[in-house]
Design a protein around this ligand. Structure first.
Ligand SMILES: O=C(O)c1cc2cc(O)c(O)cc2[nH]1
Length: 489
């Protein structure tokens, strides 16, 4: 029996750093009963939550995982994203408070374990006319992160009121109660650095064992050459039989669902969609790595010439957006043809981890090659949750997209040992190279011949030299004689 890959995995928003995602998820499981999330309204924009001291944890290996008190679920975190717009005017303030308190109470807060009590109560909650999201005004007219150190660290929650994109169509709709449906994006602040995918329990991230000197490795699914589908399918079968995966019943993903269903998989079996019967190839990876722009408006699945959208797989590998194309990450998902091909279920298939580890490796390689600053990450107008300072929902503790827009070896404590394929030359490049090489050969050979001919003519000139010298001497003697005679005159 193959174990489920950790808890019921949510694919609500896939992370760019899959390994990090795992760390966070395992961390969720390792949270002990003294885990607490104390939420209080520090101000309209701040909520402080505390984390237990987990320094006594031996390891974050899943085998040792025990979950006694769950951290807040996505639903609970989303409680603060509920429609503030459904209530209006003065009601908004108390509604905001209620929503935030609901997160606090559902997150395990208990008397005596509370973080600092609220100091400020929001003075106002303003509805921005420009933004989709209501603006929670900081009482002191500023936004900032407030840090409270405790064990693994505490977080403060700050609101980032930058505009988000219009992709979520439900927003702004009138609800049955007559209010307007809005999403309040809490945009939570960072946790302590060692918690952000770095300190997985007692040892540093990537290390385990009694002395923390044993390295942890994760495998990844590397895309292979054209025609490797059959071989790959056979290897995929090693991760569980296709179609009937009877021994592994994972809870289906819909939150709070208790239903279970087998994982299904039939790689390359989607005859109705031949385009997804093939896998991405190394050249596709190389092509997407060459894209310079991290993202382009509208920062969505329709973006063109965007590395993000290309590695995601909504563009051709060279970057051009085409609605019928599926490539790279998406193509691999759809190739699996079953649980792994459905956005809301795919993390339940263990192969998800391997695919996302490789996707993360490509992203990391792109960061290494292009060395972008966070400035290239869209600051606003990306879909909800995807602005630079927005949080990667549903991960908790919160981490912003900017914080994960960093190279793994230098910042996150892990690295990939991937041998990136070398780019094959195109026909026109081969012809150009051939012509240049031919011209060079002609030039070199011509030069050598010219030198040889010259050397030869020098040698023959030298052979004549004594004769010529003699002649000149005689002439000069004649001249001297002539000069003398002239001077006498
Ligand atoms: O249709 C797609 O492009 C598609 C399916 C699918 C499934 C999945 O789990 C993903 O993470 C992405 C994805 N894209």
């Amino acid at each position: 029996t193959i174990p489920c890959p950790g808890p019921i995995l949510s694919n609500h928003q896939e992370s760019k750093h899959s390994v990090y995602v795992l760390v966070v998820l395992y961390t969720h499981l390792t949270s002990e009963q003294d885990f607490r999330l104390s939420t209080s309204i520090q101000s309209s924009t701040e909520v402080t939550s505390r984390w237990p001291d987990l320094t006594q944890e031996l390891s974050c290996a899943p085998a040792e995982v025990e979950s006694r008190k769950a951290p807040p679920s996505l639903k609970e975190v989303q409680a603060v994203q509920e429609p503030l717009g459904a209530v209006e005017g003065r009601e908004q303030r108390s509604a905001a408070k209620e929503l935030l308190e609901r997160v606090g109470s559902s997150g395990g807060r208990s008397a005596g374990d509370l973080g600092p009590e609220p100091e400020d109560v929001p003075s106002s909650i303003e509805q921005s006319s420009e933004n989709h999201a209501p603006t929670l005004a900081h009482p002191k007219g500023q936004q900032g992160t407030r840090w409270v150190q405790h064990g693994r660290g505490s977080v403060s929650i700050v609101a980032d009121n930058r505009r988000h994109g219009p992709q979520y169509l439900m927003l702004g709709e009138t609800t049955e109660r007559g209010g307007r449906l809005e999403i309040f994006q809490p945009r939570l602040a960072s946790v302590m650095p060692e918690f952000s995918g770095y300190n997985c329990g007692r040892c540093r991230h990537g290390l385990t064992g009694p002395n923390c000197d044993q390295r942890i490795s994760v495998f990844y699914w590397k895309f292979r050459h054209r025609g490797s589908e059959r071989a790959i399918s056979a290897q995929i079968d090693l991760l569980g039989a296709r179609s009937t995966f009877d021994e592994l019943h994972c809870t289906t993903l819909y939150l709070n669902s208790t239903e279970t269903s087998p994982i299904r998989r039939n790689p390359a079996g989607n005859v109705a969609r031949p385009m997804v019967q093939r896998l991405p190839e190394p050249q596709d990876v190389l092509d997407c790595l060459e894209l310079n722009a991290f993202d382009t408006p509208p920062y969505y699945s329709t973006s063109s010439e965007s590395f993000r959208n290309t590695i995601e797989g909504y563009s051709a590998p060279q970057g051009t957006y085409d609605p019928v194309i599926r490539s790279l990450h998406n193509l691999a998902h759809l190739f699996l043809n079953g649980t792994g091909g459905q956005t809301h279920l795919s993390p339940n298939d263990p192969i998800f981890v391997l695919l996302h580890t490789f996707t993360d490796a490509v992203f990391d390689e792109w960061l290494r090659r292009h060395q972008p600053g966070e400035i290239v990450y869209p600051e606003e107008n990306a879909p909800i949750g995807h602005n630079r300072r927005f949080n990667m929902v549903p991960f908790w503790p919160p981490v912003t997209n900017a914080e994960m827009f960093v190279s793994a070896p230098e910042n996150l404590g892990y690295s990939y040992e991937v041998q990136w394929p070398v780019r094959a030359y195109t026909l026109s490049e081969i012809i150009t190279i051939a012509i240049v090489a031919a011209v060079l050969v002609v030039a070199v050979v011509g030069g050598v011949i010219a030198c040889a001919v010259r050397a030869r003519s020098y040698r023959s000139a030298e052979a004549l030299e004594p004769l010529l010298g003699e002649t000149f001497r005689r002439y000069s003697e004649d001249d001297r004689r002539l000069d003398k005679s002239q001077s006498v005159v």
